[in-house]
Write a protein that binds this ligand. Structure first.
Ligand code: AMP
Ligand code: MG
Length: 404
């Protein structure tokens, strides 16, 4: 063992350093079918009005409001997709169905329920109002109106709106291409029975899921042995096409921990150790051309918590998300959270409702090897460094992973 030469960086400072060095990846044009969950890169302005023409909201008769109380001659029908070609003049009406175009000359629609139809005549009630029962052109969207602001996340409604406006594709933030690698001679593929001293590579699957949730396109490099030359060959090969590298393991101070010296030889290490629990050995480097490398610790909880704190916000910045961090909510602590010296702790909690409060309960032992501390957790509570900790019953802002 040798002592680490990297200074211990404050957790918030490390998170700020990562974002500072994270570039935006720019945008690309994608068909609507690939836009869900992505960030639109420019303001979407309506090229046309919606609806484009006056369209009936009900089934009934298109008439002139000044003909209220009269019996009118029915000249034809306007159905959705089959407009009536003629005009509606005084003393006449056209049958109209929902979605049908309001014929020229008509200024309102009377509902079937409100008329007495007899052969080709219809008696309409008194008190008709011009403009009633149809959607005027531009009532939903005016031509030139800003409908989706740059930086918005595209959900079903936004995508439907783009389609309704005749836009088959949108410019969206490019997705980060990430190479994922596990390191360690003790690792075996999932499904193989580990021998004595071996463990299953679980980080690969946990981080693959986390990366995909964060929007990344992942290339899985598999398990790299604890040998400098093989590690170097894998990393340099992967970086030819990736925007970022995410590794797990090999960043603590044992003699087999080769990731930090490798990253140092390939670029600049900005963070080599963090005042964070779990995740003290977290390493962040830039490798030229705006490429990023995240050396996550090997312990399963440490790798996922450092992913949450450092990697996920960076991947979201790359894609143009304005909201890079998890939302927070005030929660009442249902337990006493002791501080851990000079490190910020991300304590894993479950949440439940108690009246109007959300109450946070610890998930139990916060050991960095114990994935059960994170499995089923709804949130993370930041316990500040020092000797105060957080008292049971106090309210704090928790990072929300999911709601109960
Ligand atoms: P290291 O940082 O390489 O010393 O790894 C610390 C510990 O994390 C190891 O002793 C393993 O128990 C665990 N570990 C490392 N890599 C993985 C992995 N890919 N999957 C599960 N556990 C791992
Ligand atoms: Mg290792």
């Amino acid at each position: 063992m040798r002592a680490s030469t990297y200074p211990l960086v404050d957790a918030d400072e490390a998170a700020a350093l990562v974002l500072e060095h994270t570039p935006s990846l720019g945008s690309e044009s994608r068909p609507l079918g690939e836009c869900a969950g992505r960030v639109v890169a420019h303001d979407v302005v309506a090229p046309a009005a919606l609806p484009a023409y006056p369209v009936s909201a009900v089934d009934g008769f298109a008439v002139r409001a000044t003909d209220a109380g009269k019996t009118l001659r029915v000249l034809g029908e306007s159905a959705a997709g089959r407009p009536y070609a003629g005009d509606v003049s005084s003393g006449t009406a056209a049958r109209i169905l929902t979605g049908g175009v309001l014929p020229d000359g008509a200024d309102c629609v009377v509902m079937f329920e409100d008329v007495t139809a007899d052969g080709d005549t219809v008696a309409v009630p008194t008190g008709l109002k011009p403009g009633s029962n149809f959607h005027a052109p531009g009532a939903d969207v005016r031509q030139g109106e800003l409908v989706i602001a740059a930086g918005s996340v595209l959900g079903p409604a936004e995508i439907g709106l783009a389609a309704a406006l005749g836009l088959p594709e949108l410019r969206v933030g490019r997705l980060p291409r990430v190479a994922l690698m596990s390191t360690g001679d003790e690792l075996v593929e999932v499904g193989r029975t580990p021998g004595r001293g071996q463990i299953t590579d679980s980080n690969r699957w946990a981080l693959l899921a986390a990366l995909r949730e964060a929007g990344a396109e992942v290339t899985v490099l598999g398990i790299a042995p604890d040998r400098q030359d093989e590690l170097r060959a894998l990393v340099t090969g992967a970086l030819e096409s990736a925007d970022a590298l995410v590794t797990s393991g090999g960043v603590s101070v044992g003699t087999h921990d080769l990731v930090k010296p490798l990253l140092e030889s390939l670029g600049s290490v900005h963070v080599g150790r963090v005042k964070l629990k779990p995740g003290k050995p977290f390493t962040f480097a830039t490798l030229g051309d705006g490429k990023l490398a995240f050396g996550l610790p090997g312990f399963p909880v440490s790798s996922l918590v450092t992913f949450e704190v450092f990697v996920r916000p960076a991947l979201r910045k790359m894609q143009g998300f304005s909201q890079r961090h998890r939302p927070t909510l005030p929660v009442r602590l249902g337990f006493e959270a002791r501080a851990v010296g000079d490190r910020t702790e991300y304590h894993r909690v479950t949440l439940h409702r108690d009246g109007r409060d959300l109450v946070a309960q610890t998930t139990g032992s916060q050991s960095s090897s114990r994935l059960m501390s994170l499995a089923g957790a709804h949130g993370l509570v930041r316990v500040p460094p020092g000797d105060q900790g957080l008292r049971a019953g106090s309210f704090v802002e928790a990072l929300i992973l999911s709601l109960p």
